[in-house]
Design a protein around this ligand. Sequence first.
Ligand SMILES: [Zn+2]
Length: 100
Amino acid sequence: MKVTCPFCDSYIEADENMNCPNCGGSVSAEVKEAEDLYRRQEEERRINEEKTRQKQAEDERDERLFEVIIAAIASVFGGRHGRGLLRIILNAVTGRGGRR
Ligand SMILES: [Zn+2]
């Protein structure tokens, strides 16, 4: 873990049990703090990734549901034109005009 020595300000690679190679001062608190920060950032990154995955799964589910609804309604009215028209109407109603 790279830390700045609080005694001599050198930027050094150290672990928790090490002293600064330049001045011999203890850097264990700095290393601990840097490691805590690193762990928190990793945890945050993991949570964000999980959220992104969930959002994608929800979007895909919405997309499939949307297709099913269009197919169901189109089958009632029948034909290519009915299907295209329904898509336009549904896009307008659900505010999805900009998507696919
Ligand atoms: Zn030092």
